[in-house]
Structures are given as structure tokens and as C-alpha cells.
Unconditional design. Structure first.
Length: 251
């Protein structure tokens, strides 16, 4: 006779494991942006890694393995060729092709990107067909795959539709400071849309600094004392009591 209890217990465990569970995770930092090519910061890269993928990936031993690309080969010392994974679609349903790979690499090479050093190191991308991309290097790069592993792939059509063909440039906006004060201060007119908070104020840095004040007029300096001729002249000008005690200095 087959044991019924162990089988029933195993079925219950499998059923319990199949139920969806909520995972809550917290961190002391916040992602700076969801633009995958704008900022090169740990928390930002971690969050973008939940949304975007790369041509290559990492296994449990941190070795480079296929990602959006199924295979690659170094055709010559300056040319690398990648075969893309077929039937890959973005979140909006659009199919990923070589056009998206070429666009993403060129986007990462722009000056407003903080990963442009990595993107520039992989050379010039070129579409061979819908599922083949070639990279032509200006010089031999022995860590080519390491640099390529830092580049996220975006949808070219989605970027053009939403007018985000360039990485987000924080330097084109006024630098903002989050100041903590003990007294409520009114916000400057530059950011009227920011709600007033009880203890924290969002202020633009250029407006926080006070304008330079006009130079102050200093009082005239007293006239300089003419140089003394000798030590005895200094002694003769001292008060009587000091002059008597200083007679010991005579040779």
C-alpha cells in the first residue's frame, strides 16, 4: 500500500510554493533617474537592471554569458559580430532589432551620458541585418565585452515617440539643494510649483547665494613710526621707572 500522507504533504507544499508572495525591499538611497544612459550610479543601475537588458549578461560566477545576443565572434582584431536573440519584444510590444542596438550604443556615446566612456570603447555599431550587428573599433580593446556589458538596450521607436533620444542632462537645469532649516523660509520665485514643506526647502543653488556686496571703505591707516636709530634711543623714550631698570643693559 502506497503511503498517502507523504504524497499529500508534498502536494500541499507545492501548492503553497506556487502562491504569489509580496516582497518588500528598502534601501537608504534612491535611483537618480530611470534613463539607462544618463547616470552611472550603483542604485540607479540596480533599478534600471530590473527594466532593461544588455547584449551580454552574467552568470552566478560573474562570467559573461549571452543576453539579448545569442552568440558573438571576433571577426578581426578590430571587428566584433553579434547575433541577436529572435522574437524579443519591448514593454510596448515592439520587436527588438539591430536598429535598437545601434541606436542604444550611439545614445550612450553622447556627451550627456555618464557611460559614454564605455560606449565609446566598443567602437562604431553597424547593422548587418535585423538580427546581426557589427562593431568596428578604432584600436584593439582586450576588454571589449566588459565595456559592452555596461550598455543597456532601449527601443528606438519608443525613444523617438517620447522625445528622449538624448540621455537626460542634469547640467542643463538649475542645481537644486535640499536644505534643512529651523525657521520657515519662503521659497524663491524660481520654483513656485514645489509645495512648501515644514522643515525642508528646495532652493536653486544660484539663487541661494547672496549677490556680492559693494566693497567697504576701510579707515585710513595710522602713520608709520620712523625706524629707531639704536637700542639706546628706544630706552631713552621709555618711562622713568623703566629707564632706571634698563641701565643694566649698558656695557
Amino acid at each position: 500500500m502506497r503511503p498517502v500522507a507523504p504524497i499529500a504533504l508534498a502536494a500541499l507544499l507545492l501548492a503553497a510554493g506556487a502562491q504569489a508572495q509580496t516582497l518588500r525591499w528598502a534601501s537608504q538611497g534612491d535611483p537618480q533617474t530611470m534613463d539607462p544612459h544618463s547616470q552611472n550610479e550603483s542604485m540607479t543601475n540596480m533599478m534600471n537592471g530590473q527594466v532593461y537588458e544588455r547584449l551580454t549578461s552574467r552568470d552566478r560566477n560573474l562570467k559573461i554569458v549571452p543576453g539579448l545576443a545569442t552568440e558573438w565572434q571576433q571577426v578581426s582584431p578590430l571587428v566584433w559580430r553579434f547575433k541577436l536573440r529572435p522574437n524579443v519584444r519591448f514593454h510596448d510590444g515592439g520587436a527588438m532589432t539591430a536598429d535598437d542596438v545601434v541606436y542604444s550604443v550611439l545614445r550612450g556615446q553622447q556627451p550627456t551620458s555618464q557611460i559614454n566612456n564605455y560606449a565609446a570603447a566598443v567602437g562604431t555599431p553597424k547593422k548587418i541585418d535585423d538580427l546581426t550587428v557589427e562593431f568596428t573599433l578604432a584600436a584593439v580593446n582586450p576588454i571589449f565585452l566588459e565595456h559592452l556589458d555596461a550598455l543597456w538596450i532601449m527601443s528606438k521607436a519608443w525613444s523617438e515617440k517620447n522625445k528622449v533620444t538624448r540621455p537626460l542632462d542634469f547640467t542643463s537645469f538649475p542645481t537644486l539643494l535640499l536644505l534643512t532649516t529651523h525657521r520657515p523660509r519662503p521659497l524663491l520665485p524660481l520654483v513656485p510649483q514645489v509645495p512648501q514643506l515644514p522643515r525642508r526647502w528646495l532652493l536653486p543653488l544660484p539663487r541661494v547665494l547672496a549677490p556680492p556686496s559693494p566693497p567697504r571703505k576701510l579707515p585710513p591707516l595710522p602713520p608709520l613710526i620712523p625706524p629707531l636709530q639704536s637700542r639706546w634711543a628706544c630706552i631713552s623714550r621709555m618711562p622713568h621707572r623703566t629707564r632706571r631698570s634698563s641701565t643694566r643693559l649698558k656695557p
